[in-house]
Design a protein around this ligand. Structure first.
Ligand code: BGC
Length: 395
């Protein structure tokens, strides 16, 4: 059976600057990765801190044309990536024109290949100076981000097709202030609501800015969502957990979003369920969950885009099925009235998996870290390429 996707569907892959470009030296992540505190923490776990530093990562800052050639060859018609704030505004007083020109070339490189530009404005990392003055903890700081975005849009708006403002505000806040896996590693869960409100404010202000200037590109979100399930005795729990994890945030953002971007990887289990296959991250593979969260988005009455969905699978034995199964369920959601407009696989290339270093392999394309960061297209990428080309899934 052939499952047809809506005309003009966006097909592509996502990346983030801090995870692939390398040498993001003016960012808070760089500072954290290279801090004695982080080194000590890793050594205590018997790990070598050098394996957890982004360094030159995939060197995509210099090799982006090669990456985009591959995306083109794989029939992607859109590409999601970050313009790194810490590069363009390395200090509060300075906008670096050279870096603006760099990203102009990046955008042009996509356009010249017929690939739509899907820009993320903030993907976990911030400039160090911004972090030092309180970062996202302070509502007064939101305007500093918006001022930067204003400048960025003035320079580059003609080359931008879509914008998502903040990548996964919920995970940023939870991992940085509760589970302490990411910077700033400050145990302060009581700050989370305020941080989320500030990200919500950034969404609102960037949206209003884009509209007031008459820019044509849609402005949306990119939120982490999960399927939340519990045993029958705890049937009242999932709605509360969902609300805390993401629904409250999306309610805040939705009035200021032309589309809702969702990022789905797995489900959260609150009880003991039969074991399902797992990814290399030990996350359960649960494709139906994508369908369920997509249906949940119906109440916002906005177009939806899957801004991330992917699997860590170094051997590439599960990726093809993972993509196909998730797309089948996504298609079912379309049949049930979800206005789904696109799908971005995470990620185009292997990259620095945040606190987990380089070992986990999410890429459609392998990076050979031992041999000059050579790019090698994985087998599963070809299956996805076929779907992108035909705009349909042959089941
Ligand atoms: C993030 C990515 C990350 C991926 C896999 C998403 O939550 O946006 O930056 O690499 O998940 O963990």
């Amino acid at each position: 059976m052939k499952l047809k996707f809506p005309e003009g569907f966006l097909w592509g892959a996502a990346t983030s600057a801090n995870q692939i470009e390398g040498n993001n030296t003016n960012s808070d992540w760089w500072k954290w990765e290279n801090s004695p505190k982080r080194a000590l923490q890793l050594r205590r776990k018997g790990k070598n801190p050098d394996d957890y530093k982004s360094g030159i990562a995939c060197d995509s800052y210099n090799r982006y044309e090669e990456d985009f050639d591959i995306a083109k060859q794989l029939n992607h018609n859109a590409h999601r990536f970050t313009i790194e704030w810490a590069r363009i505004q390395p200090s509060q007083a300075e906008f670096d024109q050279k870096e603006i020109e760099h990203y102009r070339q990046v955008l042009q490189a996509l356009r010249s290949r017929g690939i739509k530009t899907f820009v993320t404005l903030h993907h976990f990392s911030s400039p160090l100076w911004f972090y030092k003055i309180g970062g996202w903890e302070k509502s007064a700081n939101v305007d500093l981000f918006v001022k930067y975005v204003e400048r960025l849009f003035e320079e580059l708006h003609e080359l931008i097709d879509y914008v998502c403002v903040i990548n996964e505000p919920n995970l940023y806040a939870i991992q940085g202030y509760f589970t302490l896996r990411w910077p700033p590693q400050k145990f302060a869960p009581w700050k989370i609501p305020e941080i989320l409100r500030n990200f919500g404010l950034a969404q609102k202000k960037v949206y209003q800015l884009a509209k007031s200037k008459g820019y044509k590109f849609p402005v949306g979100t990119a939120d982490s969502v999960s399927k939340v399930e519990a045993a029958w005795m705890l049937f009242w729990l999932p709605p509360i957990v969902r609300r805390y994890l993401y629904l409250w945030l999306i309610e805040l953002q939705a009035p200021y979003a032309d589309f809702i971007g969702i990022q789905y990887y797995s489900r959260k289990l609150i009880d003991i369920k039969p074991r399902l296959p797992k990814t290399d991250m030990r996350w359960e593979i649960y494709p139906k969950g994508l369908h369920d969260v997509l249906l949940e988005m119906k109440k916002f009455n906005k177009p939806v885009i899957i801004t991330e969905n992917g699997i860590a699978d170094a051997k590439d034995t599960k990726r093809e099925k993972f993509i196909v199964d998730h797309l089948k369920w996504a298609h079912k959601a379309i049949e049930q009235g979800v206005d789904l407009r696109g799908y971005f696989y995470w990620s185009l290339i292997d990259n620095m998996e945040l606190a987990d270093g380089f070992e986990k392999r999410f890429g459609l394309v392998e990076i050979d870290y031992r041999h000059n960061l050579e790019r090698k297209v994985r087998r599963s990428a070809h299956k996805y390429a076929e779907i992108c080309k035909t705009n349909e899934l042959d089941t």
